[in-house]
Design a protein around this ligand. Structure first.
Ligand SMILES: Nc1ncnc2c1ncn2[C@@H]1O[C@H](COP(=O)(O)OP(=O)(O)OP(=O)(O)O)[C@@H](O)[C@H]1O
Ligand SMILES: [Mg+2]
Length: 317
C-alpha cells in the first residue's frame, strides 16, 4: 500500500472531522484450521471531538479493532487512516513515530512506572521522545484530573482511581489527536470508574479530545456519544446518545443470540446468530450486571509503544 494514498480516502473532504477511518479492515490470526478471523471487513469512521464506545461480546474483536486503528497491530487486509495519514503501509519507524506523536493510550492495567512519581509518569512518553510538554496544557490536564496534590506521589502511594487518572493524564499530556482506551475502568471500583469516565468526558467536552473506549460496562458506555457494537469481527449496530439501559438491552440480545447459536435453545429475542440488525432505541430495564469477560490482550503498553509496559527502569533520556 502506498503511503501517498491520503488523497484517496473514500468520501473525504477537507476538514471532514474524521479522526480515524477504516475501510475493509480485516484481521486474521493464525492460519489453516486454527485461523481466527478477528475482524471481518470493518468499515468505520471515528468522528473527531467525540467520545465513541466500542462494545460487544468477549472475543468479538474490540481490542483488535482498537489495536489496528492505533497502528499497534498489522492488518491482514483493508486500509486505516489516522486523520489524513494512511497508516496501513507505513514503515515500522514511521508508525512508531506516528503513534508516539499522535495517539494516546489507556489500558486496563495502568502501566505506570513504579519508581517514578505521578508527574514523571505523566510526561514519560514525551521525555522518551525528547519532546517538551506544553506547560499550559499540562497544567490544564493535571487540574482537570484533580492530580495537582498528587504529583509527587509514586503509583504505590495512589489509589487505583488516582493511578488511572495518572494514566489518563499521560495519555492526554502530548495532546494526541486520538486517545484509545481499552477497558480503562475495568480494574476500578464503581466510584473510581465514574471519576475516570467523567474525566474522559471532560477531555472531549472541554479539551476537545477524541476518545475511543472499549468497555463491557453499559454504564461506562453511557458516557459516550456513540456506541459501536461488534459481533464476530463485524460492526453490527450503533447507538447515538446511549443510555445504560438501552445499551444493556442491546447487549442482552447478543447473549440470547449466543445461547441460540451454541446451545440450540430457543431464543426469546429477535437477534440472529450474529446479533445483527435491530433498532438503536432501547427499552427501559432494571439494569442487571453487565456481560462478563476480560481483555484478551492488553500488553501493548500505556506509554510510548517502544517502551514495554513491564519496563520498570526506563532511560528517561
Ligand atoms: N494474538 C492472537 N492470536 C490469535 N488469536 C487472537 C489473538 N488476539 C486475539 N485473537 C482472537 O481474535 C478474536 C478477537 O479478539 P479480541 O481480543 O479483539 O476480542 P475482544 O472483543 O477484545 O474480547 P474481550 O472482550 O474478551 O477483551 C478472539 O477470537 C481472539 O481469540
Ligand atoms: Mg479486549
Amino acid at each position: 500500500m502506498s503511503t501517498a494514498a491520503a488523497e484517496q480516502i473514500p468520501g473525504r473532504a477537507e476538514g471532514d472531522g474524521i479522526a480515524a477511518r477504516a475501510r475493509g479492515l480485516t484481521k486474521a490470526y493464525g492460519s489453516g484450521e486454527t485461523a481466527v478471523l478477528a475482524l471481518d471487513s470493518v468499515d468505520v469512521d471515528i468522528a473527531r471531538g467525540r467520545f465513541t464506545a466500542v462494545m460487544g461480546p468477549s472475543g468479538s474483536g474490540k481490542s483488535t479493532l482498537m489495536h489496528c486503528l492505533a497502528g499497534l497491530d498489522t492488518v491482514s487486509a483493508g486500509q486505516v487512516w489516522l486523520g489524513d495519514t494512511e497508516i496501513t503501509g507505513l514503515k515500522d519507524r514511521e508508525l512508531t513515530r506516528l503513534r508516539r506523536d499522535r495517539i494516546g493510550f489507556m489500558f486496563q492495567s495502568f502501566n505506570l512506572i513504579p519508581t517514578l512519581n505521578a508527574a514523571e509518569n505523566i510526561t514519560l512518553p514525551m521525555d522518551i521522545a525528547g519532546q517538551k510538554p506544553d506547560q499550559k496544557w499540562l497544567d490544564q490536564v493535571i487540574d482537570t484530573l484533580g492530580l495537582r496534590e498528587r504529583l509527587k506521589h509514586r503509583p504505590a502511594q495512589l489509589s487505583g482511581g488516582q493511578q488511572q487518572r495518572v494514566a489518563c493524564a499521560r495519555a492526554l499530556a502530548s495532546r494526541p489527536e486520538l486517545i484509545f482506551a481499552d477497558e480503562p475502568t475495568g480494574n476500578l471500583d464503581s466510584r473510581a470508574g465514574l471519576e475516570v469516565l467523567g474525566f474522559l468526558r471532560e477531555a472531549v467536552d472541554e479539551l476537545g479530545q477524541t476518545v475511543v473506549m472499549v468497555t463491557h460496562d453499559p454504564g461506562a458506555a453511557a458516557h459516550s456519544d456513540l456506541v459501536l457494537f461488534l459481533a464476530d469481527g463485524r460492526i453490527v449496530d450503533e447507538m447515538e446518545r446511549p443510555s445504560a439501559e438501552a445499551v444493556l438491552e442491546r447487549m442482552k440480545r447478543f447473549d440470547t443470540a449466543r445461547v441460540t447459536f451454541d446451545g440450540g435453545r430457543e431464543a426469546s429475542g429477535g437477534a440472529g446468530p450474529e446479533g445483527a440488525g435491530g433498532s438503536t432505541a432501547g427499552a427501559g430495564t432494571d439494569g442487571t450486571a453487565p456481560p462478563v469477560g476480560g481483555p484478551a490482550h492488553d500488553g501493548s503498553g500505556g506509554t510510548a509503544p517502544e517502551h514495554a509496559p513491564g519496563d520498570a527502569t526506563p532511560d528517561k533520556d
